[in-house]
Design a protein around this ligand. Structure first.
Ligand code: WTA
Length: 631
């Protein structure tokens, strides 16, 4: 691959050293093999994991787009994350190194992690949780979030993690939609030197969630919280009970049994619950993490996302454990108490691979080189990027200042729905700053026009995926029609990603951004509908439209256009009140950057808000085709 001829743009080649270290040297050969025999490729990967019973079929596409993988197999992802190591030397390896924002540290060997997962799984069973039950997890970045997820999976319960940065309305909607029987939370978490009071938010949300019978709370911050007798239990009390023994059999599940649901925003309407399963998801993330970040035994892997998003599910929790790796979690803010917190952690813990979002890089770049320069970052060997396109300046800084010009950047394009990396290099692939390079083994991506026809290289269009992959979402929980409608009907037979992109003449893909009503703010995925409904719940607002506009650090910032009810006047005070209102209802990440008071919103004749017109106007661009606009 290194001797490939390139015709478009700047290329950064891997060094001899990187190539020598990489476990997979011949990218082309592997890509060819997977293209010729998709099922054979994935079956071979699956063979590296343990199954209670092997599959009858690798890929069952008889009911497409409801694809199934490894049908007939019996498995549990937790068996491969924990159980299988207990009989080898790996039981003594560190599975998890955790650092709290105030500086407290906890570590878990694979033995210790397994033991606590068993203890907690026994508690869940004693509380009557059964296979298939949904459990909402709403927690800060503490080890118990990992333990809770694994304990659910172990007994076949379906976890639904809600990001701890979300607030009451977002949490309540997700608990209600999933009909969770239990919520696992913490009193609070540390962020920027302050306590985020999660339990209070749970109490508030549960006023409107009758399905929840039990709440288990981890004591993290130690401040006083309300405990309702008969409903609320402390995690540490339960773990201390005699029934919480360190042994618990792992439930033998069908490969297609659900592992988790994760809510994400999409085109119009309420967030949708993306469903992933035990078998295919396990094989997909095991394989992608192994090849893309080349995880090896001496590595210390740090994915700096939050476990509450797909990046955390796949590559903080399940992926590293499936690879027997040591995963690092830091609770708090990158700039607390100083802007070198991350760099200090890398030095102190000897982190070898850092995986984060461009927004974090841009945010830390602002403080200048002197902060990272105070630290010895020579342990790093690979870097990663995810969540949004990385701009060339941030790429350069990350590569030169953090990676010392030694560490290739794995720019991984993927989604909650895809479960695993889809367009990504591996360490031996020549890079182009800002491009995720090419589809992962077994995948084919294409850029198409409105009618689904491929566009010439260099032209922008819709990004679609053409082949099924094991970690693909199986459906939208409780809404299979929406699954078909949103992903598979626009371009029949092809998966519609919702992104626009270009492919260059070297076959490299360049993501441009979302084409739907999703806004990526600091790499976080938000839907315009949720923000708008939070705005409209304020008495002053008759109607609202939210759009994303370019922002130097966040990538996109939310701008809200509001029509006031009669009796209200535009003012800076009201604008601030509205921003605060959205923050309280949705969470800090959804707080609009700017509120614009308007008399009218551009709409189609059928009454749909034309956000693209607002966006074009704000950016001073041509508003494009407005033939469907009302007047
Ligand atoms: C965007 C996050 C450019 C994209 C894993 C996608 C990216 C959405 C990249 C999914 C990348 C993710 N380069 N854009 N490397 N990675 N995206 O579901 O718009 O939170 O559709 O999953 O993030 O966001 P989600």
């Amino acid at each position: 691959m290194a001797d490939r001829q390139f015709v478009d743009g700047e290329v950064v080649y891997p060094s001899e050293e990187v190539i020598a270290k990489a476990r997979l040297k011949d990218w082309d050969a592997m890509a060819r093999r997977a293209a010729e025999d998709l099922e054979g490729f994935w079956a071979q990967e699956a063979e590296e994991l343990e199954w209670y019973r092997k599959w009858d079929k690798v890929l069952d596409d008889s009911g497409k787009p409801f694809y199934k993988w490894f049908t007939g197999a019996k498995v549990n992802i937790v068996h491969n994350c924990l159980d299988r190591y207990q009989k080898s030397w790996r039981r003594n390896k560190l599975a998890l190194i955790w650092v709290g924002e105030p500086g407290d540290v906890r570590t878990y060997s694979y033995y210790a992690l397994n033991r606590e997962v068993n203890q907690f799984a026994n508690i869940l069973k004693a509380m009557g949780i059964q296979k298939g039950d949904r459990i909402t997890i709403y927690m800060p970045r503490v080890p118990e979030i990992v333990i809770a997820m694994l304990a659910c999976a172990k007994i076949g319960a379906v976890h639904s993690v809600v990001y701890g940065g979300f607030s009451v309305d977002a949490l309540q909607g997700r608990i209600e939609d999933s009909q969770s029987r239990m919520v696992i939370t913490a009193d609070g978490g540390w962020m920027n030197g302050k306590i985020v009071r999660l339990k209070d938010t749970v109490d508030e949300a549960l006023k409107r969630c009758p399905s929840v019978e039990t709440v288990i709370t981890v004591r993290r911050t130690g401040h006083e919280v309300r405990m309702e007798p008969g409903r609320d239990y402390w995690y540490h009390d339960l773990i201390g009970l005699p029934i919480a023994t360190g042994k618990c059999p792992t439930e033998q599940l069908d490969a297609e049994d659900p592992l988790f649901i994760l809510y994400t925003s999409g085109t119009t309407g309420t967030p949708k619950a993306i469903l992933h399963t035990h078998g295919g998801y396990m094989v997909g993330i095991y394989t992608t993490l192994k090849y893309v970040f080349d995880i090896q035994d001496e590595d210390r892997w740090w994915c700096a996302a939050d476990p509450g998003w797909i990046t955390g599910h796949s590559y903080i929790v399940y992926g590293p454990l499936l690879n027997g790796a040591t995963t690092f979690i830091y609770e708090g803010a990158p700039t607390y108490p100083y802007p070198d917190r991350w760099w200090a952690l890398i030095e102190k813990y000897g982190i070898t691979i850092l995986y984060t979002a461009p927004t974090a890089i841009r945010g830390l770049m602002r403080f200048g080189e002197s902060w990272p320069k105070r630290h010895d970052l020579s342990s790093l060997r690979l870097l990663g990027s995810v969540g949004e396109p990385i701009n060339p300046e941030a790429w350069r800084w990350y590569y030169e200042v953090i990676g010392g010009g030694r560490c290739p950047i794995m720019d991984t394009w993927w989604q909650t729905e895809t479960g695993m990396f889809m367009i990504t290099p591996t360490p031996v692939v020549p890079l182009k700053p800002g491009s995720g390079t090419r589809p992962f083994f077994g995948q084919e991506a294409e850029i198409v026009d409105e009618d689904g026809n491929p566009v010439p290289d260099g032209e922008e269009g819709y990004l679609v995926l053409k082949r099924p992959w094991p970690a693909m979402m199986r459906t939208i929980y409780n809404d299979p029609d929406r699954y078909v409608d949103q992903y598979w009907s626009r371009f029949p037979g092809k998966y519609m990603t919702g992104d626009s992109a270009k492919r260059d003449r070297d076959g490299y893909f360049w993501i441009i951004g979302r084409v739907d009503d999703v806004i990526k703010v600091s790499g976080y995925r938000l839907g315009t509908a949720e923000i708008e409904s939070a705005l409209v719940s304020h008495p002053a607002i008759a109607e609202a439209a939210a759009i994303g506009l370019p922002h130097e650090v966040k990538g996109n910032a939310i701008h809200a256009y509001c029509i006031l009810r009669t009796g209200y006047e535009p003012s800076e005070k009201l604008a601030e009140e509205l921003r605060q209102h959205v923050r309280e209802h949705m969470g800090p990440i959804a707080r609009p950057e700017k509120i614009h008071f308007v008399d009218k919103l551009p709409k189609t004749r059928s009454g749909k808000i034309m956000r693209r017109v607002l966006k074009a106007q704000a950016l001073g661009l041509d508003v494009g085709d407005t033939s469907t606009m009302e007047d």
